[in-house]
Write a protein that binds this ligand. Structure first.
Ligand code: PEP
Ligand code: MG
Length: 556
């Protein structure tokens, strides 16, 4: 009999296939005492396993490229944490086998992270994955990961580790479903980058029996277990309709009555450029520059290295707009040499622009590298700062850009509610705003973006978030300046129409979402988008807002 489950759709498309679970069994090595003369050999085995797993993660990263690379390299750094290795060695010296010592040392580390606050919860899956890989290597058993199958399947997991999602083979993996994770988690961002349908935060996902047929609608978040033939036919028809609309969509982003909304790409580095160009991006709306800083967690990359990476991106978009975000370190992207280690609540601590203002030399080098990279190119370079709280922050950033001799438009990201509430004041210092709706939702609802349990509040359809978007867009309009969205909200086609109706002037998203958003926008007039926006804002919950907008846009 068919049953319906509902999670959060985070990557578009329909997939129908059998459930295969991720190999995430926790390998618990037995407790065994080793003789003293084996300690050194055992310690060496542990070090080698750690090194091999770290190198494997880095290698997977360079194969995957882009944002996946940054995530995998961060995992490799976790594996090589000197304190963790020292703890493993201590445990071996006390008589543990290498595998048991790794298992116990990671458990202690995990507990410490958990005790350090909810913020770390999203990283626990990454940490567990690193542990499982090292233990599997030491035990000589297969690595945990995607199932071994020649037939296409729907991958189901509690949560997907970046190491696995990065290398999923889209020809075998029809889609994926996770019990944990929110719409802005790493897994969701990576799924969209891969272009496979995905639903996260689905209660009961891990209880789905292996081999059960399910239908996944990554646009609505619905999962149909044992779908009836009529259901399959209906979903296939919807998918075919969506595909036809996609195929028909090309050219610049606009509503059906010609109101232009440039559609830009979010990229994590030069590796993401090709997909963005192929998807018809009209430029880059968010270049996350963190990836450059992950290679060496003790030092900033040299100016020359930065110039080279920025130049590769700028050259790919001749005469287009490229918005570069300066380094956003801290909270979910800590950097050892910049991020204070002892903050009780890093998401509310020194991160983003605050970090850069504390380390002006890092900002100076980055801005100077950007100025050099843009020299002689016709590109429209724009730079923006993450985590701007108020006018003083905006001024400090604009001053730094001027001092670096940068010939670029200077902007502020709106990720903190105070910046949306006082957008007009912030706009006295900068030339554009870009709404980072992932963090804006996190701070508006006091809901950690990495914690699946609060994903309800991370939903960008929340009317309170829409109100803040409207405030920022209205302020920008009053100042005759641009206000884009570069958070994940822009990648939801229906929401993209609502954002347009709220007065947002450009939308930036992962390349895979561009055709979906372009096709949806082209179906509606600006007036319809405005009506949908008003209906969504009049709602009390995210679900009601989504339904109200859908009703307006489908002419019901
Ligand atoms: C955001 O917060 O919406 C954003 C675009 O920045 P990031 O996801 O990199 O924090
Ligand atoms: Mg952000």
């Amino acid at each position: 009999m068919e049953t319906t489950l509902r999670g959060v759709g985070v990557s578009h498309g329909v997939a129908i296939g059998e459930v295969r679970h991720m190999g995430t069994a926790v390998l618990e090595p037995p407790v065994k005492q080793i003789p003293a003369d084996e300690v050194e050999r055992e310690q060496e085995r542990a070090r080698q396993a750690v090194q091999a797993v770290a190198s494997d993660l880095v290698a997977r990263g360079s194969l995957a490229g882009g944002e996946a690379q940054a995530v995998l390299e961060a995992q490799a750094l976790m594996a090589q944490d000197p304190e963790l290795i020292a703890d493993v060695e201590r445990r071996v010296a006390a008589g543990s086998t290498a595998e048991r010592a790794v298992y116990d040392a990671f458990a202690a580390y995990r507990e410490m992270l958990a005790g350090a606050g909810e913020y770390f919860a999203g990283r626990v899956a990454d940490l567990d994955d690193v542990r499982n890989r090292i233990v599997a290597r030491l035990l000589g058993v297969p690595m945990p990961g995607v199932p071994d199958s020649d037939e296409p399947y729907v991958l189901v997991a509690r949560d997907l580790a970046p190491a696995d999602t990065a290398l999923l083979d889209p020809s075998l993996v029809l889609g994926f479903v996770t019990e944990e994770g929110g719409p802005t988690s790493h897994s969701a961002i990576l799924a969209r980058a891969l272009g496979v349908p995905a639903v996260v935060a689905l209660p009961g996902a891990v209880g789905l029996a292996e081999g059960t047929v399910i239908a996944v609608d990554g646009s609505t978040g619905e999962i149909f277990v044992n779908p009836s033939d009529e259901r399959k036919a209906q979903l296939e028809a919807v998918a075919a309709e969506r595909r036809a609309a996609l195929a028909a969509s090309a050219g610049p982003g606009a509503t059906s009555d010609g109101h232009r909304v440039p559609l830009l790409a979010n990229i994590g580095g030069p590796a993401d450029v090709a997909a963005a160009v192929e998807a018809g991006a009209e430029g880059v709306g968010l270049f996350r520059t963190e990836f450059l800083f992950l290679d060496d967690h003790r030092n900033a990359p040299s100016e020359e290295k930065q110039v080279e990476a920025y130049r590769q991106v700028l050259e790919a978009f001749p005469e287009s707009r490229v918005v570069v975000r300066v380094l956003d370190a801290g909270a979910d992207k800590p950097l050892e040499f910049l991020t204070p280690a002892d903050e009780p609540n890093p998401a509310l601590g020194v991160r983003g622009l605050r970090t850069l203002l504390d380390h002006p030399e890092v900002l100076r080098t980055q801005l100077s590298a950007l100025a050099k990279a843009a020299e002689g190119l016709p590109v429209q370079l724009e730079v923006m700062a993450p985590m701007v709280a108020d006018r003083a922050d905006a001024k400090a950033f604009a001053d730094a850009c001027r001092a670096a001799g940068l010939r670029a438009k200077v902007g502020a990201m709106v990720e903190i509610p105070s910046a949306a509430l006082r957008a007009r004041s912030v706009l006295q210092e900068v030339e554009f705003l870009s709404l980072g709706t992932n963090d804006l939702a996190q701070y508006t609802f006091a809901a950690d973006r990495q914690v699946g349990a609060v994903s309800r509040l991370q939903d960008p359809w929340q009317p309170a978030l829409l109100d803040l978007v409207a405030m920022a867009a209205e302020a920008a309009r009053a100042e005759s300046k641009g206000c884009g969205v570069c958070g994940e909200a822009a990648s939801d086609p229906l929401l993209a129409c609502v954002l347009t109706g709220l007065g947002v002037t450009s939308l930036s998203m992962g390349a895979a979402s561009l055709p979906h958003v372009r096709a949806e926008l082209a179906k509606h007039t600006l007036a319809q988008c405005e009506r949908a926006a008003a209906a969504a804002r009049a709602a009390d919950t995210a679900e009601e807002a989504r339904e109200a907008a859908r009703a307006v846009l489908s002419g019901e």
